[in-house]
Design a binder for this molecule. Sequence first.
Ligand code: ME8
Length: 521
Amino acid sequence: MSADSKSFYLTTPIYYVNDAPHIGTAYTTVAGDVLTRWHRQRGESVWFLTGTDEHGQKVLSAAQSNGVAPQEWCDRLVEESWKPVWKDLNIANDDFIRTTEPRHMERVQRFLTGLKDAGYIYSGKYEGPYCIGCEEFKLPADLDEGRCKVHGTPVEILSEENWFFKLSAFVPQILQHYKDHPEACEPASARNEVVSFLESGVEDLSISRSTFDWGIPVPWDTKQVVYVWFDALLNYATAVGLGDEAGSDGAQKFLRTWPADVHLVGKDILRFHAVIWPAMLMAANLPLPKKVFAHGWLLVGGEKMSKSKANKIAPSEITDHFGVDAFRYYFLRAIPFGSDGSFSWEDMSARYTSELANDFGNLASRLIAMIEKYCDGLIPAVAYDETLSNALSLAASTADSAIVALDFQTGINAIIDFCKRVNGYVTEQQPWVLAKDPANVVELEKVLYNTADALRALAVLLHPIMPATTEILWESLGANETLGEISKQLIGDVGRWGQLPKGSKVTKGAVLFPRLEEKAE
Ligand code: ME8
């Protein structure tokens, strides 16, 4: 296999199906979608995986309290809730893995058998606290008067004969890995936390449970089921053919995708991904993911928004008012990825109006209206403006390097700054004044062409973030017919000025970002 046939492989966490998606889970999934769309527009081959985590006590108890068998509960939530919400948010994942699928369960069992044969699994007794909310064995420092610090709920005291994984044996190697490859765990604050956790001493991990049966049976001891996190982490590899026979489709897929380029996670599940997961892979002699990136939390009323709290917000509560693309834009634009950020309706309304409706939407509608009025609806002769063209090149390269480094905010800012620059150009050039005197026709057409080509570039650069709105603009500019599909436009080529050909027909499309008060009526 040649190196260039390796896909850019990105994963989101697989979410528990104890409830429906909320804006926190949507935040990670949208970020993954934006990043993978961006990489596709860099001309790369991409594989984007999301899915659901369906085993364990937390999901089982959600099913039980709804009086439904766990499999039926999972099927219902996945089909009626998770998949439709991702579709509504325009998430273009290539695969969706469910941990109750045979393709996953079989590969987990095979992996576990391999680890046992290699001597990394032994039987022992676990005695200690467990939080079902976290699905995690707790350390004394994780508790506050017998309650989990994350959930505020009392922990269970477990005392069970379990199977253990020799996690502690891998600690020196993992520490060395982060020394050699600091980029493997980002941002730096997340890496520092992981390193001090590893340095504080890590114990072996109990990887099976015997007190309930909603899980993958341990192949050599079917009275036990695999610990839900051990099962769940493996999804990233089982979904792309982990352990399949050499030469099979699965094995080829694995060669093309593994190791993952980015595991996107929230900081709540960093340790699982940056400590347990690399140890599991090391034990199986598999390459480690290139990067685990832990983003911050969305806070509502100062608290982490979560499924178990009353502060959860469904994506539709926001998209019904602002539209899907504004939702996709807002969180990545407003919050530095990696930091916590508060959601507020006021801030979102303000940005919607100033950045999306005024700076971007109005620019597009004014330009189309002026080309219709002054140029019979046809793109005028190709023109060039050095300042705008230089500003575009800078915006495109800044956005590209920031976004591939997961600094969405800097990337989007660069694009929006360019949009503001184009607005400034139109204000300075005053095409509506030029239009008053036929002697200015060449100058007028030049201004309109430059504005149109700048909008062509803005549509391409904003497409990964706001796919539906930019499609409408692309259609309005007549670009589908002349330049082809917007999703096929390359980021590397976006700065080449003068791509819109003379004579393409522009049409007035739907308003890109309607005024909010009209929508609320
Ligand atoms: O942890 N702000 O699933 P989960 C930002 N099944 N992101 C948030 C968030 C918030 N307030 N709330 C949730 C699990 N998230 C496991 C994962 S992976 C092998 C198994 C996002 O349903 C964020 O990505 O509890 C967080 O890590 C994830 O949802 C937790 O989802």
